[in-house]
Design a protein around this ligand. Structure first.
Ligand SMILES: Nc1ncnc2c1ncn2[C@@H]1O[C@H](COP(=O)(O)OP(=O)(O)O)[C@@H](O)[C@H]1O
Ligand SMILES: [Mg+2]
Length: 227
């Protein structure tokens, strides 16, 4: 699989608004996200990182250009229900603000994607236990998000994103709310899991200390790739 991609963007353009208020958030970006690799998307605020990740993750559609899956199908042209199916089965998301459900325990948060897939109960508990262990939180599964530190909450977020072994992981500024030591530890954890599980990961960040964890770096400037 080293020669193939899990996800590719071809000639991605995304414009918002119209007339004098037109914003070209992305102006012709090509990229490939490969299995077992961590691709970092970097660039200053407003350079189009979030816009790009939203297109790659099927949360938004390009004005022109295509997002292709490994089988060559265009995610950007599928029906809403087909996109939803791809998102549930093949993509894990990690959010800057963690995105955990406050009334659920860590274990229950991690279980949510498996419930959406109607995974049987005994398999769910086994997978949740494995995911908790993978992120070093085996003893914390019963705790609610507010009882966990920021770094622990983001570990729960990573476990939730990876619990159904998605081919693709998308993380938009996942360390944005963490102090720098915690951010580095989280990034090392994420990199290890991505390599181990052959996940194709794409992470947006403007944190320079995270660049050396990347297998590839895509640098954006005003909606275009540099270099
Ligand atoms: N929904 C939207 N409506 C209008 N403009 C938007 C929208 N989303 C993003 N933009 C604009 O697109 C550009 C890129 O934004 P964004 O992708 O969020 O950049 P980054 O994540 O790198 O900070 C910015 O100029 C931003 O203001
Ligand atoms: Mg952003």
């Amino acid at each position: 699989m080293t020669s193939g991609y899990a996800l590719a963007g071809e000639g991605l353009h995304r414009e918002f608004g119209s007339g004098a208020g037109l914003v070209r958030a992305l102006a012709g970006v090509d990229l490939e996200i490969r299995p077992g690799e961590l691709t970092v998307v970097r660039g200053p605020s407003g350079s189009g990182k979030t816009t790009l990740l939203n297109l790659l993750g099927g949360l938004d559609r390009p004005t022109s250009g295509q997002v292709l899956l490994a089988d060559g199908k265009a995610l950007s042209e599928m029906s809403e229900s087909d996109v939803l199916e791809v998102r549930r089965t093949s993509i894990g998301y990690v959010f800057q603000s963690f995105g955990l459900i406050p009334v659920l325990s860590a274990a229950e948060n991690i279980e949510v994607p498996l419930r959406l897939l109607e995974t049987p109960a005994d398999e769910r508990s086994e997978r949740v236990a494995q995911a908790l262990e993978a992120v070093g939180l085996s003893k914390h599964g019963h705790q609610r998000p507010y009882e966990l530190s920021g770094g622990q909450q983001q570990r729960v977020g990573i476990a939730r994103a990876l619990v159904n072994r998605p081919q693709i992981l998308i993380a938009d500024e996942p360390t944005g709310q963490l102090d720098s030591a915690t951010a580095v530890a989280m990034m090392d954890l994420l990199t290890g899991l991505v390599h181990e599980q052959s996940t194709a990961a794409v992470v947006a960040t403007h944190d320079p200390q995270l660049m050396d964890r990347a297998d590839r770096v895509v640098e954006l400037h005003e909606g275009q790739r540099l270099g």
